[in-house]
Ligand binder design. Structure first.
Ligand SMILES: C[S@@+](CC[C@H](N)C(=O)[O-])C[C@H]1O[C@@H](n2cnc3c(N)ncnc32)[C@H](O)[C@@H]1O
Length: 307
């Protein structure tokens, strides 16, 4: 875009529509954080969707005249975004994770975990370049974004994508099929490990619900469109994480690792499990509250403390 960001009253070009949308979003004070973190990126997503134009082609199309029908579609979508506070990804049914596109709707959380960065790096240095990765478990898979990104990062691996929600698994299956991964990514319904056959996974990765009940009340309206069971845990936010810590070692191979996102519940987790040597991972592109533990560490902990 290059008109300097001027907002015109009459929307004549694609570029005018992007800047108008950006200003409307900024003026309305909507919350960003469900796939985009600023008004311009979100405006570009909404406009490219209404024009049925791939996002990457928007820049080249900036001077094209805006058809009346497209203008109306953009205005309608922007009004819904503002009035109903629907995250843009649920309006466009598209979200990006690890450079891959995913179908999303209100049955699943909008993908945004910082774990994407770890997957893009092949979990290095915790997974060596020569290490053979055969089995990966994504616990609480939602849209299957983590499972599918892992399958792309480790082409030789089978990936189990587990969720308690049959509705979320419907979306997971849409994405598995769109990525042509039916032979390698398996959507499985289970309450955590309850119905999961015991297999030696090389990597267990999880972004479980971890928002404490009280904090749910304080979240911006956009979060109310996401499935509650994808966000809320219990008073402390640790119910599912504690269960994962207790069971993961049984499902890890000898050199296996567990990676879990707990976000703002990091401090509460450390208080609750003071003897566990959590390694909190650093992110170049933002995000925190993701820990790594090896199977060995989990077993030592079980011996000494009884998770
Ligand atoms: C925070 S969302 C993460 C979704 C996806 N992995 C992502 O990163 O976008 C948590 C997911 O865990 C699922 N979940 C909640 N309780 C569960 C349980 N007891 N067993 C398995 N999955 C569960 C929810 O349905 C939801 O899809």
């Amino acid at each position: 875009m290059e008109n300097g960001g001027d907002v015109k009253e009459k929307l004549e070009t694609v570029e005018d529509a992007v800047y108008w949308t950006r200003r409307r979003l900024e003026q309305a004070g909507v919350f960003f954080g469900h796939g985009t973190d600023n008004a311009l990126d979100e405006a570009a997503c909404l406009v490219s969707h209404c024009l049925r134009l791939p996002f990457e082609e928007l820049q080249a199309a900036r001077r094209q005249p805006l058809e009346e029908e497209a203008r109306r579609a953009i205005e309608t979508m922007v009004e819904r975004r503002i009035q109903e506070r629907i995250p843009a990804a649920y309006l466009t049914h598209a979200a990006w994770f690890c450079g891959l596109e995913f179908y999303v709707d209100e049955r699943v959380l909008v993908p945004r975990s910082p774990i994407a960065e770890l997957i893009a790096q092949g979990f290095r240095p915790w997974i060596g370049p020569q290490q053979e990765i055969r089995r990966i478990l994504d616990m609480g898979t939602g849209s299957a974004c983590i499972a599918i990104a892992c399958a792309h990062a480790f082409p030789g691996a089978q990936v189990d994508a587990v969720d308690i929600s049959p509705q979320a698994l419907e979306v997971a299956r849409i994405n598995i099929s769109r990525h042509g991964l039916e032979g390698r990514v398996h959507a499985l319904e289970s309450d955590l490990f309850a119905s999961l056959p015991r297999r030696p996974y090389d990597i267990i990765v999880s972004n479980p619900p971890y928002v404490p009940r009280e904090e749910m009340e304080t979240l911006p309206d956009e979060y109310r469109h996401e499935p509650v069971h994808g966000l809320e845990a219990d008073e402390e936010g640790l119910r599912l994480v504690a269960e994962i810590l207790a069971r993961a070692a049984d499902y890890l191979g000898e050199a296996g690792i567990l990676i879990v996102e707990v976000g703002n519940s990091q401090a509460a987790l450390e208080r609750r499990f003071p003897h566990l040597p959590f390694m909190w991972l650093a992110f170049a592109h933002g995000g925190s509250g993701v820990f790594l533990l090896t199977r060995e560490q989990l077993l030592d902990f079980a011996d000494s403390d009884g998770a």
